[in-house]
Design a protein around this ligand. Structure first.
Ligand SMILES: *Cc1c(COP(=O)(O)O)cnc(C)c1O
Length: 368
């Protein structure tokens, strides 16, 4: 039987425990498993290779993205590293211009050391994507909505371009989550997540995921997962599985709160520009003297990361995107007056009141 998203979130990969009847997948806190005879085990041999809590999470993540195969990692960056392991010297990657700072860093400052070349384009511009593809291009790496400018890329159109050119299409789906966007159904080959963000959703652990419906590709990526070893422990897998059970409820409220905040920001005199793709709960804006606003926010926490129940905000130029070369960063449009909000699940009226106080003209904010 094929179940719908909210049912899969709670059931996929998580049958009641056969041995005990436990209704929640236990935390299998063990590093190794008894072998029945050399080379023969009950399905698990060593926890780097696989363990039951991770296995449940991997099957669950695959189901949520409408695919057959999932791999879980210790962080989003470990997941990105896993996919980049497909590359060899001489290969080329076309990717989104304003992407996650850590992705930019591993591309430019790490993988380029091994002779891999990267071209950054505005992937919203399909002609630019097509033009950037070379004979040695292996991956088209998309982040949509992008970070922090929230530009939207047409995944289906890019998947068609990739297919025609023999280039695999990877989508970092961290911002949209599978609740709002399912890239595999749109033709992408691989989905990457930082499960640290909405999927876990509670700012209490790190995680990453790689999902594909291509069995040969899965076999290759699973080999890298075990060979490199950046895998999550059972406790983290448990927390992420726990987060997933309320993913769609949370995302729904995150989005409702975000759209109320966008309305407020668009009315604010101090705000010059609001970046919001019309869905999701990450909102960026430019305001006069943005850095002066930050100490005035009380309810919003100044922190890296996003997608938590708790509302967070950051200054991309000095925080999430500080590892980008300053001239590249400015050329991409990540200016010094840009603030990125990750809208949480507090009462949105309190979130707006706090923003209103912080964005008030200086004399008013100081007088309170
Ligand atoms: C946070 C993030 C990552 C990296 O994930 P970590 O879990 O912090 O390693 C990758 N991509 C996007 C879009 C992110 O927001």
């Amino acid at each position: 039987m094929s179940y719908r998203f909210d049912t899969l979130a709670i059931h996929a990969g998580q049958p009641n425990d056969e041995a005990t009847g436990a209704v929640t997948v236990p935390i299998y806190q063990t590093s190794t498993y008894q072998q029945l005879e050399p080379g023969v085990n009950r399905g698990y041999g060593y926890s780097r290779t696989e363990h039951p809590t991770r296995h449940a999470l991997e099957r669950n993540l695959a189901a949520l993205e409408g695919a057959r195969f999932g791999l879980a990692f210790a962080s989003g960056m470990a997941a990105i590293h896993n996919v980049l392991s497909l590359l060899r010297a001489g290969d080329h990657v076309v990717t989104t211009q304003d992407l996650y700072g850590g992705a930019w860093r591993i591309f430019v400052k790490f993988f380029s050391k091994f002779g891999v070349d990267f071209t950054f384009v505005d992937t919203g511009n399909l002609a630019a994507v097509e033009e950037a593809i070379r004979p040695e291009t292996r991956l088209l790496w998309l982040e949509t909505p992008s970070n922090p400018l929230l530009k939207v890329t047409d995944i289906a159109a890019c998947a068609a371009i990739g297919r025609a050119a023999g280039v695999r299409v990877v989508v970092d789906n961290t911002f949209a989550t599978p609740v709002l966007q399912q890239p595999i159904a749109l033709g992408a080959d691989i989905v990457v997540h930082s499960t640290t963000k909405y999927i876990n959703g509670h700012s209490d652990c790190l995680g990453g995921a790689v999902i594909t419906d291509d069995e040969a590709l899965f076999t290759e990526l699973k080999f890298f997962q075990n060979a490199i070893g950046a895998v999550p422990g059972p406790q983290d897998c448990f927390l992420i599985l726990r987060g997933i059970k309320t993913l769609s409820l949370r995302v729904e409220r995150h989005c409702a709160n975000a759209s109320a905040i966008v309305e407020f920001l668009r009315r604010s005199e101090r705000v010059r520009r609001v970046y919001y793709p019309g869905f999701g709960a990450i909102v960026s804006f430019e305001a006069d003297d943005a850095l002066e606003i930050t100490p005035n926010l009380e309810l919003w926490t100044l922190a890296e990361s996003l997608g938590s129940v708790k509302s967070l905000f950051c200054h991309p130029a000095t925080m999430t995107h500080a590892s980008m070369d300053p001239d590249v960063r400015r050329a991409v449009g990540i200016g010094d007056d840009l603030i990125r909000l990750s809208v949480g699940l507090e009462d949105v009226r309190d979130l707006i009141d706090d923003l209103e106080r912080a964005l008030a003209p200086r004399s008013v904010a100081c007088a309170r």
